[in-house]
Design a protein around this ligand. Structure first.
Ligand SMILES: Cc1ncc(COP(=O)(O)O)c(C=O)c1O
Length: 470
């Protein structure tokens, strides 16, 4: 009996029994493909309509209605939807757009294609979305817009952000690629800004394939986006100032969504609310089980606020190394993984440190691209223009330290309490026995440092570098 107890407590990393023993089945399989999806896709395939747009228009209308926005415009990926939205909003040469540094590159990089410059702000340590307190002092006469990312499913602080935007007459573009169906104080994300863009690639909560979508209530934004990259639909353009240019895509881009994705998406839209409800129940159950564990903190909106995480894309926990005597995140993760659960240290690397956003001359302007279109007639008050390169290597402490402070947890797609409890037990067991790990933790007190950083998703998607969760 004593031996049995000892074996139960012995960490799997040291030869003990694994905490996760059950067959996981389709617990993490995503997207869920049904006969209905297959029939919908086959219909388009057999009709040879892959490059058409009627099914896509149906998808746009249905999604826009669900979200409560006037216009939806589908794209071949989320990156293109962001670029189209930026053009739609009138962002152009010499403009600055404020973006969080902690995000996937596609939030900010498309600005370069328009001659605009991303200016990076830090994130709030609780939500890890753009910190409203770090926005205002970055606003200059050149600032046109703020891009808000609802990062890892967590809605950003929209009250504070909208208030700043109103006061400074700035456009808001919501990048909702991580947060389909999430609510901020009862209102769906993607309905706050002047425009919203969603990635719909296969790893996202609302997974459609390689696709994206733009939403807006503003006809001008919609028609400008059509003009930019949807030449085949220029008959929808009504605005006098745009009419003379119809016929060719003024951006030189072709942004049309593949109709096999649209057909798949039509079924996804019907099934998503129910799937989301099940994910929400499963993830909240997992968080409830671990709410009181030392060293780890579920990252979810406070209860009773009507703010939700929707589909919980890329669910994260915080790591509080101080409560585990400095145990590194990489050692902690190794031990949880050995128990058969999922614990992936880190998230995206901050963008402001990458040479693309500091020194690189992408298009041969003879100076860094981010100042290539600097318009001297719109000076940024109080700033030394020649020092602008340095400005971008300033410290954004939360974004720079976050990869040692958060980790990815299992993203359950079904509410199956026995399996979820096993995963929670894996975490509890490691927390309970953390002292056994300290002796062989070469990175102790380093907050995870090098090894953890080499494991993280980095600048690309965390999707490609992770097993099981996405
Ligand atoms: C925050 C964010 N924005 C934009 C994108 C770009 O979407 P896509 O991969 O569909 O081009 C992604 C994709 O991972 C993302 O995570």
């Amino acid at each position: 009996m004593v031996l049995e107890e000892q074996m139960k407590n012995k960490l799997a990393l040291f030869g003990g029994e694994k905490a996760v023993k059950s067959e996981q089945g389709d617990m993490f399989k995503w997207p869920i493909v049904t006969d209905r999806h297959e029939q919908s896709v086959l219909r388009v395939l057999r009709a040879g309509q892959m490059s058409g747009f009627e099914v896509t228009k149906e998808f746009e209308k249905k999604y826009a209605k669900m979200l409560g926005r006037k216009f939806g415009l589908a794209y071949n990926n989320g990156t293109a939807a962001i670029l189209g939205a930026m053009y739609g909003l009138g962002i152009g040469a010499g403009d600055e757009v404020i973006s969080p540094s902690l995000t996937y590159w596609a939030t900010a990089a498309p600005a370069y294609s328009l001659g605009a410059t991303p200016v990076f702000a830090d994130v709030d340590p609780d939500t890890i979305c753009i910190d409203p307190k770090d926005i205002e002092h970055r606003i200059t006469p050149r600032t046109k817009a703020v891009i808000v990312v609802h990062y890892a499913g967590m809605p950003a602080d929209m009250d504070a952000i909208m208030e700043i935007a109103d006061r400074h007459n700035l456009k808001i573009l919501e990048d909702c690629s991580h947060a389909h169906g999430a609510l901020y104080k009862g209102k769906e994300i993607g309905t706050f800004g002047d425009a919203a863009a969603f990635s719909l690639m296969s790893g996202k909560s609302l997974a459609v394939g390689e696709a994206g979508i733009l939403f807006t209530d503003d006809r001008k934004v919609y028609e400008r986006a059509l003009l930019f990259g949807h030449y085949i639909r220029h008959d929808e353009i009504t605005l006098k100032e745009l009419k003379p240019f119809v016929g060719l895509p003024c951006g030189g881009f072709k942004h049309r969504m593949h109709q096999l994705s649209s057909a798949f998406g039509l079924v996804q839209l019907e099934l998503y609310p129910q799937q989301m409800a099940e994910i929400d129940r499963a993830m909240n159950y997992f968080c409830d089980l671990l709410d009181d564990s030392a060293g780890i903190r579920p990252m979810r909106p406070p209860k009773g606020t009507k703010t939700t995480k929707g589909g919980w894309y890329f669910p994260l926990f915080k790591y509080v190394t101080e409560e585990l005597e400095g145990l590194s995140l990489s050692k902690f993760s190794e031990a949880v993984t050995a128990e058969g659960s999922i614990c992936n240290p880190g998230c995206n690397k901050p963008l402001h440190l990458h040479p693309l956003f500091t020194t690189m001359d992408v298009y041969g302007h003879g100076r860094p691209t981010r100042i290539a279109y600097l318009d001297e007639s719109r000076p940024s008050e109080g700033r030394d223009e020649s020092a602008k390169v340095e400005q971008y290597v300033e410290s954004l402490p939360v974004s720079e330290g976050i990869n040692r402070r958060v980790f990815g947890i299992p993203w359950f797609k079904h509410y199956r309490p026995e399996i979820i409890e096993e995963h929670a037990n894996a975490y509890k067991k490691v927390v309970k026995n953390y002292r056994a790990l300290l002796a062989e933790d070469t990175e102790k007190d380093g907050n995870g440092s090098s090894k953890a950083e080499s494991q993280i998703g980095g600048y690309s998607s965390f999707f490609s570098s992770r097993k099981n969760t996405q």
